[in-house]
Design a protein around this ligand. Structure first.
Ligand code: GLT
Ligand code: MN
Ligand code: MN
Length: 389
């Protein structure tokens, strides 16, 4: 019988072709293994219960391929998807690997580079639609600077706006119906990347022509590099109705982009994240944007992929256990207690409510005296995570 940790398609676990495809290269060393090819990856994932794969244009069709090569690759890949029932829910464009994008794509000072980037995105949106992708991600890896004299940061942001507005209209004009998800990162590969956090992206989206079609794709590692609380960033995006996609992985704060297996670091933050996603009704893909360690061989890469999904499902079970735990419920009852009659004063301004609040006599000392046993509560989180009943 399947255990609760066995992935099912309904869990909507997805992986980028660049994840299992990663050959174990890093800035200091050569590849250590042969990465999974797109077809190999689809076949390997199909046996694990994963739902889908996502890709950049050039993960599937190498940069510079002829139209004939593209047709052959696309048709082989489509056959693999049909054989296995693996879906392609998201697509994106590689605007960072080629030398032409060394100083940015949409934010380049050169209109020729920007126009080439637009062409690449338009073609890549067509490619994604061929596979039924519904979400289109933008990660502006090279949209940044090391030398601030080289580009004006406000001009860079307005060029980003022009680009996203253009692609939203293209999607509408073609009847593609994409939803767009913007992914922030504070640095790497640039010294500083524009729009560095999920919060910055949310502010930017409000300035677009059709903000309802654009949300965010927060990544665990990218917020934690900045030392931010990923669970908080995702909660804000969810509250705003903007959590269109999510990149799950593991990361120690303050380091280079590690893209570790989901759950490998900071199990407590991952726990609150999974509790949010599962408890509040997020229904998009659970996408793993992570790489196996450089020490992994081909078989261990598959163990890494299974581990991402298993850890997610273990945390899902732990979240349910936490919410049903009698001691947790008792503490919740205590810390959420208060004068419920006041709630109606706290939403929906009226003159009467303001007047009543201004004249009401409060007892701040009594309010401050209520016990908040957060040591006990957090110990309970720890015990449950460690499997100590
Ligand atoms: C790249 C990056 C990821 C992005 C991918 C989508 S590309 O691997 O490190 O965080 O999500 O463009
Ligand atoms: Mn990512
Ligand atoms: Mn990353």
């Amino acid at each position: 019988m399947d255990s609760p940790y066995t992935p099912q398609k309904a869990h909507k676990f997805t992986f980028g072709l660049w994840t299992l495809g990663n050959p174990g290269r890093d800035p200091f060393g050569e590849p250590t293994r042969k990465g999974y090819s797109p077809v190999e990856m689809v076949e390997a994932l199909a046996d694990t219960g994963a739902y889908g794969v996502n890709f950049h244009d050039n993960d599937l069709v190498p940069f510079g391929s002829s139209a004939q090569e593209q047709d052959r690759i696309v048709s082989e890949f489509k056959q693999a998807l049909q054989r296995t029932g693996i879906a392609v829910p998201m697509a994106t464009t590689n605007l960072f690997s080629q030398p032409v994008f060394k100083d940015g794509a949409f934010t380049s000072n050169d209109p020729g580079v920007r126009a080439f980037a637009y062409q690449k995105v338009l073609r890549s949106m067509d490619l994604g639609k061929e596979f039924g992708a519904e979400t289109y991600v933008f990660w502006g890896g090279r949209e940044g600077a090391e030398v601030d004299a080289s580009k004006e940061a406000d001009v860079a942001v307005s060029r980003m706006r022009d680009a996203i507005n253009f692609f939203v209209e293209y999607s509408e004009d073609q009847g593609y119906g994409y939803k767009f998800a913007l992914e922030a990162k504070p640095n790497e590969p640039r010294g500083d990347i524009y729009l560095p956090t999920t919060g910055a992206m949310l502010g930017f989206i409000a300035t677009l022509d059709k903000p309802h079609l654009v949300g965010v794709n927060p990544e665990v590692a990218h917020e934690q590099i900045s030392g931010l609380n990923f669970y908080h960033a995702v909660a804000q995006a969810f509250d705003a109705g903007k959590l269109f996609h999510i990149d799950l992985n593991g990361q120690k704060p303050g380091r280079f982009d590690q893209d570790l297996r989901f759950g490998q670091e900071d199990a407590k933050n991952a726990f609150f994240l999974v509790r949010l996603l599962e408890g509040k009704g997020y229904n998009g893909p659970r996408h793993f944007d992570a790489h196996a360690l450089r020490t992994s061989d081909h078989a261990d890469v598959l163990a890494f992929a299974k581990g991402c999904m298993r850890s997610y499902l273990i945390l899902k079970e732990k979240a349910a256990q936490f919410d049903a735990d009698p001691e947790v419920r008792e503490i919740f009852a205590q810390i959420h207690a208060g004068d419920a009659g006041l709630e109606s004063y706290l939403t929906g301004f009226t003159k009467d409510k303001a007047t009543a609040l201004k004249s009401r006599a409060f007892d701040p000392a009594a309010l401050a005296a209520k016990p908040l046993p957060y040591e006990r509560l957090d110990q309970r989180v720890f015990d449950i995570l460690m499997g100590v009943a």
